[in-house]
Design a protein around this ligand. Structure first.
Ligand SMILES: [Mg+2]
Length: 446
């Protein structure tokens, strides 16, 4: 038997606002951050995970992880990591903490980090990267970790088992092909809203030359600027599909109107046209902008909202996020819901470390659920990979299968220490120049 003897959190932030990397119509100046957790066992084993945030508030998530961590401290780790369904429920359905959500926002993300750190321990113990661990689990074991609470009118354990059993055929061949050929990627790096036209054109050319299947452009600030930037991109890389992303900027009618003014550029999808919680709004937008397709998911808090988006025919692409929801268990539920409604999953990865973790879900989806990569790709952004124990690799526009045992979340110790906020040496060096260290961040905008 092994025991959880430490749960250590770190508030890690990177000054990405200095270059406006990650900027869009709503997130105008993000400093990409990670509320990081390491679960230690008495055996010396460690499980690593984090929650991505945009900067301010990273300390709130970090503290929430500390509070939930008390529910795991001193417990039998073997029981936790070999019954991850029960471990997840113990955190997410805690009878008192549940009041703070339920199942949304800071508390859900904090639970997700701890659940993921337990999965990291499991995957390391079994010597496999997460995607391979999941792909080689029996369908019954996958179903066993999923929380079907409040999704039973769309997905039951029996239906989930059917989907996974169908996925068994040809699975070994698909695992082999993932190891040699990887999985398609698209890139958001050319299209941040804060980038100049020159940088947009230069990075679009570089992305097309690098073989990316698609490029994404941030929109929603100004319609004339959106038209100009889309035209520039289209002229530079006419053969490469371009998706657009409004980061929830619009009202429903405004979204329909705005997107239709961009229709001549044939966007591959419109992402987050309005509030993620507005399920009926997404359905109305989807009707109003057809044949342009609608995507969302990076800010969807849980499987129940995803269920409704699917039931309402509100989305064409589902963009799950690695650290927004209640952990890997909940993302497994979402992958199966998407399969049940035949909606492709194209994971969100704009943030620090999200590429490293989220790739595992698409690899698993291909190996064990849908068996297809048709119309599917994983988002890719350029920044901060050097801080990870196994930085993501993209070759010829495709994600290369990760091989390191674990869930892909481990950040190098030196990076975590240097960028611990606000006392790390990195922050002491740059002083007040990043957005996050501005003592009056709102004053400048008034
Ligand atoms: Mg987005």
């Amino acid at each position: 038997m092994s025991v959880v003897v430490s749960i250590v959190t770190q508030d890690v932030r990177f000054p990405t606002s200095l270059e406006l990397d990650g900027s869009d119509a709503v997130n105008v100046d993000p400093d990409y951050s990670a509320a990081y957790v390491t679960i230690g066992l008495d055996t010396g084993e460690e499980g690593h995970a984090f929650v991505f945030t945009a900067g301010r508030g990273n300390d709130i998530v970090t503290h929430a992880i500390d509070v939930y961590g008390q529910l795991l401290f001193g417990r039998n780790a073997d029981e936790l990591i070999y019954d991850l369904g029960a471990a997840s429920k113990r955190l997410i359905h805690d009878s008192q903490m549940r009041w703070l959500g339920p199942e949304k926002g800071v508390t859900q993300m904090a639970c997700g980090a701890l659940v993921n750190a337990l999965w990291d321990l499991r995957a390391r113990r079994e010597g496999k990267p997460l995607w391979l661990l999941l792909s080689e689990l029996a369908p019954e074991e996958i179903v066993d970790v999923i929380d079907f609470t409040h999704i039973g009118n769309a997905l039951t354990p029996e239906l989930a088992l059917d989907i996974l059993r169908r996925g068994e055929a040809g699975k070994a061949d698909r695992i082999a092909s993932l190891k040699t050929d990887g999985y398609p990627a698209y890139t958001t790096s050319p299209g941040w809203l804060g980038y100049s036209d020159e940088k947009l054109v230069r990075l679009s050319r570089a992305a097309a030359d690098a073989g990316f299947s698609m490029i994404k452009l941030k929109v929603g600030g100004n319609i004339d600027a959106d038209r100009r930037r889309l035209a520039l991109m289209r002229r530079e890389v006419p053969g490469t599909p371009v998706a657009i992303d409004a980061n929830q900027r619009w009202e429903v009618d405004e979204a329909v109107n705005w997107v239709n003014q961009l229709a001549e550029f044939e966007p591959y999808w419109i992402e987050e046209p309005t509030s993620t919680d507005d399920i009926l709004g997404h359905a109305a937008i989807r009707k109003g902008v057809s044949p342009i397709r609608v995507a969302t998911g990076e800010a969807v808090a849980n499987r129940i909202i995803f269920k409704q988006l699917l039931q309402a025919d509100a989305i064409d692409f589902l963009q799950l996020d690695a650290t927004r929801v209640g952990g890997i268990n909940e993302n497994l539920a979402t992958l199966l819901l998407a399969a049940r409604f035949d909606v492709p999953v194209c994971p969100h990865a704009g943030g620090v470390g999200l590429c490293e973790v989220v790739q595992h879900f698409s690899f698993f989806d291909y190996a064990a659920i849908t068996g297809t990569q048709e119309g599917r790709f994983i988002e890719y952004v350029e920044h901060l990979h050097e801080h990870f124990a196994e930085p993501v690799r993209v070759t010829n526009g495709r994600y290369v299968a990760p091989v390191r045992p674990g869930i892909g979340a481990e950040m190098l110790t030196a990076s975590r220490e240097k960028w611990t906020f606000p006392s790390g040496s990195g922050w002491l060096e740059i002083g007040d120049s990043a957005s996050i260290t501005d003592p009056y961040p709102m004053a400048a905008k008034v």
